[in-house]
Design a protein. Structure first.
Length: 259
């Protein structure tokens, strides 16, 4: 049976019934040799999906270098899907100096090659730029994840549900929402919004509450409709991630005894 991360490739429907999430880990290396070494190390641990955080790549302003690195990663990863992410400074990424237009053009170029199974696009991007990315990705069947990250707070459940709905309305293949909880109740708000969205929408969802308070969402989020969880590799790409080698046994225990 394919992993839940593989199911994210299709638009077969919501993942609210999936009892085990796929596990994604991020590459944060700055050079191609370091990227290849980090990818090989993490691949050996068996993640379902590997994210390349290209905003950390020193040569991110050189499109040819980025495209060449994507090819190398595709060959190295084999059957493990690659997620290409160029996170903006406003949503927790590294300042690349590219600007929104150039960043969107780069995402579109990578999506057009098919070397990445998924590309991440922030919901806050201009609709025209999103349409350009979607058009570029369509011939190669690259899937678009529309994402929203709030590193300061957890909006009300209705607003989070609206973000999931907005992503679906924009034609996202997958909708992702991440928030920062300030109390235990905020975690429940995120899980409630995810569960409601999973019952309502016909696309896969990814959600998490960041930081120590949100730890439960990274382990049990699939029970509320989130089809993917993010673990840390050599370095965490967001607050509260559990190291991949520690998260996988937790999920295996959940699989064995969780029903």
């Amino acid at each position: 049976m394919p992993s839940p991360a593989r199911r994210l490739v299709s638009r077969a429907g919501p993942l609210g019934g999936v009892r085990m999430p796929g596990v994604c880990v991020s590459l944060l290396a700055r050079t191609l040799p370091e990227l290849e070494a980090e990818a090989a190390q993490l691949l050996a641990q068996g993640p379902d999906l590997i994210e390349w955080r290209a905003d950390f790549f020193d040569a991110v302003a050189d499109e040819a270098a980025v495209l060449a690195a994507a090819v190398r990663l595709r060959l190295l990863l084999g059957a493990t899907p690659l997620l290409f992410t160029l996170r903006s400074l406003r949503e927790g990424g590294r300042d690349t100096g590219l600007g929104e237009a150039r960043a969107s053009a780069l995402i579109a170029s990578v999506g057009a090659t098919g070397d990445a199974a998924f590309v991440d696009v922030e919901m806050a991007c201009q609709v025209g730029q999103l349409r350009g990315i979607q058009a570029a990705c369509r011939p190669s069947d690259t899937r678009v994840i529309l994402s929203s990250h709030d590193f300061s707070a957890t909006p009300p459940a209705e607003e989070l549900l609206a973000r999931f709905r907005h992503a679906a309305a924009l034609g996202a293949d997958v909708a992702k929402v991440a928030v920062m909880p300030r109390c235990a109740g905020d975690v429940l708000v995120l899980l409630d919004a995810t569960e409601r969205a999973a019952r309502e929408l016909s696309i896969p969802l990814v959600s998490m509450a960041m930081g120590p308070l949100g730890l439960v969402t990274r382990v049990f989020g699939s029970r509320f409709g989130s089809g993917l969880t993010f673990a840390s590799g050599a370095v965490a790409s967001a607050p509260g991630q559990i190291p991949l080698a520690e998260l996988l046994p937790m999920l295996e225990t959940l699989r064995r005894y969780g029903g």
